[in-house]
Design a protein around this ligand. Sequence first.
Ligand SMILES: C[S@@+](CC[C@H](N)C(=O)[O-])C[C@H]1O[C@@H](n2cnc3c(N)ncnc32)[C@H](O)[C@@H]1O
Length: 307
Amino acid sequence: MIASAYLAPEGLEAVLAEALARAGAGVTAWHGRLALSPDPPLACPWALDIWTAPCAHDAPSVKTAADTLRAMQRNWSAYGATHHRRMALIAARLPPVKAAPLRFPEAPPAAHLGAWTLLAPNTLLASPAKSSPFVNGECRFEEDHIGPPSRAYLKLWEACTRIGRWPQPGERCLDLGAAPGGWTWALARLGARVTAVDKAPLAASVAAMADVEERHESAFGLAPEPTDWLFSDVVAYPARLLALVERWIAADAAARIVCTVKFQGETDHATADAFAAIPGGTVMHLFHNKHELTFTWAHPPANPRGE
Ligand SMILES: C[S@@+](CC[C@H](N)C(=O)[O-])C[C@H]1O[C@@H](n2cnc3c(N)ncnc32)[C@H](O)[C@@H]1O
């Protein structure tokens, strides 16, 4: 019996397996990058997508498989690990699902989406519900190949899309570890006022953008100062970044925080758990993350009665 399934990011199957084991979810088999579990679904930041209601069905023909899916609901996302030709024939009998790249800032697709695969030629695994609104968790954008000096801006776009918030014109942003300037470029394009902090310089084209200020210093030596957004893409040990984030939250300096937690070699799951335990915070693996997680945090709303 399969009660949940977790789609690993490419190359991070072992990391997902470790995280699931730590969380107490068993894995009985892998189907490509999909970990099949007999346990109820649980939140796991390393999964790109979580199939929360999977059920296996006999599907002796292409038509039976397509009919089974259509009888359940309209929209389906296919994850193919094997039997690609047969899966394509089934998919051709299903209504098309809009999967056009997003033009940032654009909301993710709102249509309910399920996921399916063929475990064997005649065995369909279908989950009418899944965690990600994107096909296989792949949040793709219309990219800008000219403006930004690095592709890192896609992480920032995806994080903002996932939380449904992004800096508004005039808002103050601190961008730690900003060089060469992909994130600063994306923030300045939104009309925000950006202070870019890095020992390395920004690309000249980004440094010349309106409302961009550069500071050549260490992110870790910076005293917390009032800001609407604190961003960080600094390369640092996760525990060091956790201490920085905790310091800024304790100082009540930032209204929102978005930062990349980067891992080298072994994954520091304990520190990832500590990030996840921060009240008001979430930890997720973005489609555009490598061996990284993205931490987002929002200041709790002020209590109108002052209690
Ligand atoms: C992955 S790059 C950032 C890419 C950037 N977000 C972009 O969009 O182009 C990491 C940056 O962290 C910077 N960095 C490393 N240690 C730092 C520190 N202690 N303080 C500030 N920046 C640091 C590096 O110089 C490097 O430019």
